[in-house]
Design a binder for this molecule. Structure first.
Ligand code: ADP
Length: 257
């Protein structure tokens, strides 16, 4: 629809703007970080300036994490797509999340046997799923279950939809607070956050969006206030990759961006 197109164009414009800034900023951070390193080398082992430099380095590190997410959003991240085995990825991910998300959050990950591998950048894919899991956790302050699944999406299974397939679809589901329509419509924008007290950067879904787009996939979000959120990442399977050149942007459904 026209509205979806306008939304996609707005995100594109934002991506170009933020991508330029993030790129230059990243170069500056590299210089700062290099100089801190030089300073550190010159210090005596017991110098009290060590802690000062370490603290500055941590701030630089946070800055480059932010710029990396912005570069992902604007699709200027250098991706290194390769075959990623879905079962292995989900097994590693759920183990890591179970350790880090705390006792109140149960992580259940599952995928059918024999699912084809995904063709995507493994580090960025993991980062994307971690971002979604963190959002799911934040949406369930009193705890709950996060389901992470993968399934195959065949072109032929998709009545009327023009997606070339097959895709592997990752789904992250929570039963948290959900999003009102105006939040949902802005959720992917960089710096849009409803989290207060410095808890949100508003870059999580932006990163996920840019990564998925740059990987010839699509992102789809369904959310009901009071009952939960389901986020789906469509990513090309290795079979798809072999059959088709990189696809154009794919837009479908109301909540799809
Ligand atoms: P951040 O998590 O830093 O706020 P995101 O871009 O990841 O940034 O998310 C933007 C906003 O979208 C969040 O502040 C929240 O309002 C909403 N949101 C994202 N994921 C969920 C979810 N699983 N449940 C409810 N709201 C969500």
């Amino acid at each position: 629809s026209e509205e979806q197109l306008a939304h996609a164009q707005r995100l594109d414009a934002l991506g170009q703007l933020t991508g330029g800034i993030a790129h230059d900023f990243n170069n500056l951070l590299t210089i700062v970080s290099g100089n801190l390193q030089l300073l550190e080398w010159d210090l005596e082992a017991d110098s009290s300036a060590r802690e000062t430099i370490a603290s500055a380095s941590r701030a630089v590190e946070r800055g480059s994490t932010l710029t990396r997410k912005l570069l992902s959003f604007s699709r200027r991240q250098r991706l290194n797509p390769q075959q990623v085995r879905t079962e292995l990825l989900l097994a590693d991910l759920s183990e890591m999340l179970a350790r880090t998300l705390g006792e109140r959050i149960r992580v259940v990950a599952d995928c059918p046997l024999g699912l084809p591998a995904v063709f995507a950048d493994p580090g960025e894919l993991e980062a994307a799923l971690v971002n979604l899991a963190l959002n799911a956790r934040d949406a369930m302050p009193r705890g709950g279950k996060i389901s992470i699944n993968a399934r195959l999406h065949e072109q032929t299974m998709d009545g009327g939809d023009l997606l070339p397939g097959p895709y592997v679809v990752f789904t992250v589901v929570d039963s948290g607070v959900g999003m009102l329509p105006d939040v949902l419509s802005r959720a992917v924008e960089p710096f849009f956050t409803t989290k207060t007290g410095g808890k949100g950067s508003g870059l999580g879904l932006s990163m996920v969006y840019g990564f998925v787009k740059q990987s010839s996939g699509k992102l789809s979000i369904h959310s009901e206030p009071g009952s939960g959120t389901r986020v789906e990442l469509y990513l090309p399977s290795v079979e798809y990759r072999a059959a088709v050149a990189p696809a154009a942007d794919i837009v479908e459904g109301d909540e799809t961006v």
